[in-house]
Design a protein around this ligand. Sequence first.
Ligand code: FEO
Length: 394
Amino acid sequence: MKPIEIAKDVYWLGVVDWNVRDFHGYSTYQGSTYNSFLIVDEKITLIDAVKKEFADELLESISHIVDPKKIDFVVSNHTEMDHTGGLPRVMHRIGEDKPIYCSKMGQKNLSKHFLQKWNYQPVENAGELSIGKRTLTFLETRMVHWPDSMFTYLKEEKILFSSDGFGQHYAGPERFDDQVGDAIMEHAKKYFANILLLYAPLILKLIEKITEMGLEIDMICPDHGVMWRQDPAKIINAYVGWCDQKPKRKAVIVYDTMWHSTEKMAETIAETFIEEGVPAIPMKLRECHRSDVITEIIDAGAVIVGSPTLNNGLFPTVADFLTYMKGLKPLNKVAAAFGSFGWSGEAVKLINQELEVMKFDVVDPGVRIQYVPNEESLEPCRELARKIAKVLPD
Ligand code: FEO
C-alpha cells in the first residue's frame, strides 16, 4: 500500500493482510492490517514493523517517502512477531547499527526472538526522546498485550501510537474510524474480547494513568485496523465499559450436539429466556467460532454451557471452548450446565468443574436428559432459564 500522510510529515505505512483468516486461534474473517508509521524529522523515525512476509512491502512503502537507509531511529512498541517478524529484513536494509528504542522487557524479548546483536536502547516509563522539532514519550503498558508492550506518544501532533491497544482485525479500503462508521466497534470489541480481556483490570488502571497524566489525544494509531481520528474518546470509553464487564440482562447458551438432543435443550433454554425478557443467543460450537462466542459473552450476565457426553467426557468442541474461555478470564457471570447422555453422563459434572474454576456463580447443579428429550423432560430446562432470569439485572 502507498503511505498515507496522517499529519504533517507523519505517515501510515501499514500493510493490509486481506487473506489472514486465523490469528492464533481467533477467526479474522475480514483479515487484518499490520500498521507501521514513519515520522520525518531531523531524526527520521520508524515506529513498529510488520509480519515477516510483508517486510519487502513495508520497505517499498518507506521508499515512497525516503530512502530506507536514511531512517535514524526505530521504535518497537511490542515484540510479538506480527510487528517484528519483518524487522531483520528492515534492519538489514536501513543499517544494523541503527538504535531500536523499546521497553526494558522489549529488549529482553527481542533478543530472545532474534539472534542479531542490535543496538537496543531501552527506555523508561514516561521517558522522552527528541527527534528534532518533535518529542516522543514512551509509556509502559505491560500486558497490552505482552510484558514488553509500550505506547509511544507524539506530543506535538497529539498522536498516541498504541500498538495492540485499541486495535481491530479488520482489512478494508478504509484507514480511519469515520470512514467505516459504527460498524468498526464490533471489530474493536471482538479484538478486545479475544486478545485483551484477561488483562481488563490492568487496562483499566492504564486508562486511569493516562487520564491522570492529562495527555491530549487527537488521534489513536493502533498497529491493527483503522486509526481513531474522529472521536478517540469513543474507543477509550468503550474499553472502560468492556473492562468493567458489568453484566447485562443477556444470556449466551453455548453448546454442541451429537444427535440434536442437547441442541433441543439449548433451544428450549433460549426460548424460555426470551419469554422471560432476557435476550438470549444459542451458539452451536461447530457453527460459531470460539472467538465470536467470547465476543458475545463479554457483556452477557449468564453463560449456559451444554455438551453431550462422549466417551465419558465432553464433546471436543465444548472442551476446546471451555479451555479458551478459561484463559480469557471473563468476570461477573452467572452460569449453569446442561446436556444429554446415553448411559454414563459425565458432561454436566465436568462443565460445572470448569465453570467453578472460572469463578462463575454456578446457580444450579445443571440439567441432564437421557437420550432424546420430550416436552415433559424439557421442563427442567425451562425451570433453569426462569431461575437464572430472576437473578439477572433488569
Ligand atoms: Fe498484534 Fe500482540 O501483537
